[in-house]
Design a binder for this molecule. Structure first.
Ligand code: GLC
Ligand code: CA
Length: 588
């Protein structure tokens, strides 16, 4: 069973039901990117490894990262100005959410021209400079590619809607209604209400999985693939390292347009819950992905395809393709959106990412521009700072490639709009007050305790700066050795430099303990393995490890990094973990 995905609401119930139903695993940035100098060798790592296998990828929401020209909106020159910061943090690649010309109804996910830059963000020259400056710092640039839909202002759609016999009519999904005022079927948009919009001029309906201003392309038409792949080549030729494929599971719909199954209850938009199975994950998607992978593979430099794949443990492995010929990194959103510090769930899903992906590389994510920030989702209001360190540890010490979101390293929180009038994200207007939209996790990056948090010099920024910016910002946290910022920075450096964390197997430990999540990153060489243990409770815990079964005779561990007051050198038979403590130690 599959349920319709609607972002924030979807988090709370839909995805949970989906998972239930499906039965549902050298010097850091400087040396190892692209041209590894001292790549540790292991069963999970080799000198030939593609760069993305060990990467930390940092998602930037360009509107909110750094404004360089004082209009209150972030831009490309702003990002370029902050590359030193990103290099210092240790990230290997940045993913930019869409920067193409767009009416900005969905803040760039409604593209009106796939081969240009929106003037709000800068020029093509600014873009080329960003890519070149990033390259100097061994940082790759990944673009967001929106293939499912365009803006209704895209000339393709303007033509398509102009008449029934326009040559581009069949580029989009047009159908007759069931009767006057009645859409072709009961399908709902992920952003609320019917997925069909009526066009009075040509008296037909067009399908939109998202906003009505985002008509779905018709992927059964080869001309669509051709146009989209041309856009892909355009950016590959400019040196981008790959793409994050937006809403990739929604490319195809049931050709017979059968009604979705209606389920009990209503969603946050007040519409009946529906299965959604006929509107996503349809098999022809795989044919497109294989063709796309051929395009990216025809370029040198290991270009990568990342997928926005909210999927079950059963469906996710199919996204890699049968012969590693589709996506290299479909996102595993099952681990990062458990939304509760539940040891059993994390153990199960991390194991699934290890064991059920046919040896492919997982990509874990805890924060993004669509979901409430992890600080709020996992925090208990008392131990939030410690819990944020647990989240960072899970992201950066498992074998998975890591995808983080700007400000996650500072502990930025979600700050939802207080009134409907303030809302920028249309789903917040459609769903108010239950669904407040995604503005809250898109607030400006917090750089300094100064004006506009150092994000801008404007009198008014496009979204307000979060109220905690005086304490939570780069400047303040870089002066505090025990800040969350340094926690991320240290973890990233360790992940790149420690052979066990870089390429060791990931073995779950003490698999019946309901309080402590622990795993071993087994060193593939003679050197020490690394033990990671995290207390998920507010009570102190004592735990004993016996690693003989893992072929390890060491009985002690030396701290590499800890939070919460764990001893520096511990006996593996009595590891004492204070409330919400993290212990990362080298086994000796
Ligand atoms: C993706 C994006 C989201 C956007 C939607 C429609 O899920 O992450 O922000 O609104 O697709 O393009
Ligand atoms: Ca600007």
């Amino acid at each position: 069973m599959l349920l319709k995905t609607i972002f924030r609401v979807f988090l709370a119930n839909t995805f949970a039901i989906l998972l239930l139903a499906s039965g549902g695993s050298t010097p850091a940035y400087a040396g190892s990117v692209g041209n590894p100098t001292a790549t540790p060798v292991s069963s999970n790592a080799s000198a030939e490894d593609p760069w993305w296998k060990h990467a930390v990828i940092y998602e930037i929401y360009p509107r909110s990262f750094q404004d360089s020209n004082g209009d209150g909106i972030g831009d490309l020159n702003g990002i370029t100005a902050r590359l030193d910061y990103l290099q210092g943090l240790g990230v290997n690649a940045i993913w930019l959410t869409p920067i193409y010309p767009s009416p900005q109804v969905d803040f760039g996910y409604d593209i009106s021209n796939y081969e240009a830059i929106d003037p709000t963000y800068g020029t093509m020259a600014d873009f080329d400079r960003l890519v070149a400056e990033a390259k100097k710092r061994n940082i790759r640039v990944i673009m967001d590619m929106v293939m499912n839909h365009t803006s209704d202002q895209n000339p393709w759609f303007v033509e398509s809607r102009s008449s029934r016999d326009n040559p581009k009519r069949n580029w989009y999904v047009w159908r007759d209604g069931k009767g006057p005022g009645q859409p072709p079927n009961n399908w709902e948009s992920g952003f609320g209400h019917s997925a069909w919009a009526y066009d009075a001029k040509t008296q037909q309906w067009y399908y939109h999985h998202f906003y009505p201003q985002q008509p779905d392309l018709n992927w059964n038409n080869p001309a669509v693939e051709k146009a989209m792949f041309n856009a892909v080549r355009f950016w590959l030729n400019r040196g981008v390292a790959g793409f994050r494929l937006d809403a990739i599971t929604t490319l195809f719909e049931d050709p017979q347009l059968r009604d979705e199954k209606v389920l009990p209850g209503k969603n946050a938009f007040g519409d009946p819950n529906e299965s959604g199975a006929l509107q996503s994950i349809l098999p022809p998607m795989h044919t497109v992905l294989r063709a796309l992978r051929k395009v990216t593979d025809s370029y040198p430099g290991q270009r990568v395809l990342i997928g926005e794949t909210y999927m079950s443990a059963q469906d996710l492995p199919t996204m890699y393709g049968k012969n590693d010929d589709e996506l290299q990194l479909p996102m595993d959103l099952r681990v990062g959106f458990i939304n509760k510090l539940d040891v059993a769930k994390f153990r199960k899903r991390i194991s699934e990412a290890e064991n059920d992906m046919h040896g492919n590389q997982p990509l874990f994510v805890f924060d993004n521009h669509d979901q409430i920030r992890s600080w709020n989702r996992y925090g208990d209001g008392i131990h939030d700072a410690a819990i944020a360190r647990i989240v960072a540890t899970m992201l950066l010490t498992t074998r998975s490639t890591a995808l983080m979101y700007y400000g996650e390293e500072l502990g930025m929180v979600t700050t939802p709009p207080k009134t409907r009038a303030e809302v920028q994200d249309p789903i917040g207007k459609i769903g108010w007050p239950k669904e407040k939209g995604r503005d809250g996790e898109r607030t400006p990056m917090q750089w300094t305790p100064g004006k506009d948090a150092g994000f801008s010099t404007a009198a008014k920024t496009w979204l307000p700066v979060a109220p905690d910016y005086k304490l939570v910002n780069v400047q303040v946290e870089s002066a505090q050795p025990d800040s969350l910022y340094f926690w991320y920075k240290k973890l990233i450096a360790m992940r790149h430099n420690n052979p066990a964390l870089y390429g060791g197997d990931n073995i779950m430990l003490n698999t019946s303990d309901p309080n402590v999540l622990s795993y071993l990153r087994k060193n593939p060489e003679a050197g020490p393995s690394v033990l990671v243990a995290m207390n998920f409770t507010a009570q102190p815990r004592k735990i004993s490890f016996d690693l003989k079964a893992q072929g390890i005779t060491g009985t002690h561990a030396r701290t590499l990094l800890q939070n919460g007051g764990v001893a520096e050198h511990v006996s593996l038979h009595h590891v004492k973990l204070p409330p919400f403590a993290v212990f990362i130690g080298e086994v000796q």
